[in-house]
Design a protein around this ligand. Structure first.
Ligand code: MSP
Length: 529
């Protein structure tokens, strides 16, 4: 199947030197929302995440903890990284670890192919290296150290001195790909998004590219260079290949998943966009493989104005939030409050305020009220609607428009805009009930048909909301689907299609509703203090 008929999305693979914080969970949720949206739209979808386990950073952490790097990685993956997926409700299709044989063998084959084609040579690297970034640095990337680091060059991202390397390394002829990369950025303008990041990367590549050192000799925690086992492969060169090793790619052999799902959309933090938008497509061009579909660099979660990080002790564990607010609220908050592609400040106050106003009072209360009124006034059976007035026609239009606007926003990866478009249905329905006052209409026996029309309209609006919000709020929408009694008539929520969600009148009269517990219960303020 040609890509375009399918959707494939990846997260970065995460270093296992430490446990995840909410910045990592943010990337995971964004990729998951995009994947669930496409799946729910009936598009064959593949989503991949995993862990990056080689390199000096992991090796040093393991040594400092008195275990082997593999033991360290196994423990962190089992105790922290796999559990994260459950904590924030990620429905990934695969999880790749770079220490798996299926990955290591592909790294070696990929490298051998480039070597055989004359794209790798041996040379000497002399320069700086930041172990925190696992990156070779130019002097211009660094700042002068102060205090205990006076007289040394410091990495501005990690605030620690870089190391001076002088090693015999293998080099990838990346400089040869400068023009082809510039042509790619030109011919595929959405290859790097958002535009601000695209501009930054285009000017970086215009300044010229050096060849890239792709092996290390001074330690051995990595994939062996196949023709020279004194060297291990540079950790980024190894890690980037996960995106195709997970799809079963190998040179000169068919790979069903690769054929169906490559090229992928890569969701990455802006700090690692260059690796994905420069080095990775150059590697793929060198191997005669198609470049990624898109590299989207999202912003940082800031705490106190700075990029949140464990090393700066500003890290917040995802479970600190989900234990109080639940995984749906975690997903909603970060996807709604921060424009995808921009930085966003995290605060407990903002989270608690949006939870209360938008999830509990906005959506949750709407759902409970409507289901309760169908229970009370119609014996728990969705009523037949009578003639629609302009008010009902307005709701139908809002739903149909929201589907189009939200889908167009998702195509741009503008996740927050997409949720805002769907939320217009929540706001309109709440306004509709306030104006129509079905609780008053119910008191007048001559107005039964009108009451039924109002309640049908509200219940059918909730049907559309359950489908459209399921990528962001998988748990709450599942409960709502059950409460609306939709499943026996329409099938499972997972089988509803987003592009059809705006077609009015799908929830049949006669569907039996069930009691609905509060979707977003009141939070005891003690818990967030
Ligand atoms: N292992 C590499 C990626 C290799 S991909 C072939 C790596 N790992 S990481 O664990 O350090 O970071 C993974 C991702 O988390 C990056 O996209 C990074 O931007 C993101 N974040 C780390 N801190 C973050 C915030 N404070 N806010 C948002 N995202 C952040 O880099």
């Amino acid at each position: 199947m040609a890509a375009g008929d399918s959707f494939s999305v990846t997260t970065p693979i995460f270093y296992v030197n430490d446990a995840p914080h909410i910045g990592h969970a943010y990337t995971e949720v964004a990729a998951d929302v995009l994947a669930r949206w496409h799946r729910q739209s009936g598009v064959p979808t593949w989503s991949l995440t995993g862990t990056d386990e080689h390199g000096q950073k992991i090796l040093r952490t393991a040594v400092a903890n008195g275990v082997t790097p593999k033991e360290w990685a196994d423990k962190l993956v089992a105790d922290a990284w796999i559990p994260l997926l459950k904590t924030i409700d990620i429905a990934n299709d695969d999880f790749i670890r770079t220490t798996e044989e299926r990955h290591e063998s592909v790294v070696q084959q990929f490298l051998q192919k480039l070597y055989d084609d004359g794209l790798i040579y041996d040379g000497e690297y002399e320069g700086y290296y930041c172990v925190g970034c696992e990156e070779y640095k130019q002097q211009s990337d660094l700042v002068d150290g102060t205090g205990e680091f006076a007289g040394q060059y410091v990495c501005p991202i990690h605030g620690r001195p870089v190391e001076v390397l002088k090693e015999k390394n293998y080099f990838f002829r990346m400089s040869q790909f400068q023009q082809r990369l510039l042509d790619l950025y030109e011919s595929q303008p959405d290859f790097i998004q958002p535009d601000s990041l695209r501009n930054e990367i285009v000017s970086f590549v215009r300044r010229g590219l050096d060849d890239l050192s792709i092996s290390r000799q001074s330690f051995d925690w990595g994939v062996r260079v196949p023709w020279d086992d004194k060297h291990v492969v540079y950790v980024w060169f190894d890690a980037l290949i996960n995106y195709i090793s997970a799809l079963g790619w190998r040179p000169d052999a068919p790979a069903e998943l690769f054929d169906r799902f490559w090229p992928s959309n890569h969701i990455v933090g802006k700090d690692i966009a260059r690796f994905h938008a420069v080095i990775w497509p150059a590697m793929l061009m060198a191997a005669d493989l198609p470049v990624p579909r898109r590299v989207f660099g999202h912003g940082w979660l800031l705490v106190g104005g700075e990029k949140m990080s464990k090393s700066k002790l500003t890290g917040i564990a995802p479970s600190q939030i989900t234990d109080v607010f639940g995984s749906d609220a975690f997903r909603y908050y970060f996807m709604r409050a921060i424009a995808f592609g921009q930085d966003g400040s995290f605060s407990w106050e903002d989270l608690a305020a949006r939870y209360q106003a938008e999830l509990a009072n906005g959506f949750g209360n709407l759902a409970s009220r409507v289901v309760a009124m169908v229970g009370r006034y119609c014996d728990g059976v969705v009523p037949e609607a009578g003639a629609a007035s302009e008010a009902e026609a307005g709701i139908q239009r809002t739903v149909a428009d929201a589907v189009g606007t939200a889908s167009a926003a998702i195509d741009r990866f503008a996740i927050s805009d997409s949720i805002a478009a769907v939320w217009s249905i929540v706001d309109e329905l709440n306004g509709y009930l306030t104006v129509q006052e079905p609780w008053k209409v119910a008191k007048d026996d001559s107005q039964t048909e009108r009451l039924h029309t109002i309640l049908y309209t509200a219940a059918e609006g909730l049907r559309a909301l359950a489908v459209l919000l399921s990528p962001v709020l998988p748990q709450a929408t599942q409960k709502l689907w059950a409460a609306l009694g939709a499943e026996p008539h329409l099938g499972a929520l997972a089988d509803q299609r987003i592009p059809d969600a705006g077609e009015w009148g799908q929830l049949p009269a006669g569907a039996r509703t069930q009691a609905l517990e509060a979707l977003f219960p009141r939070i005891d303020h003690e818990a967030t203090a």
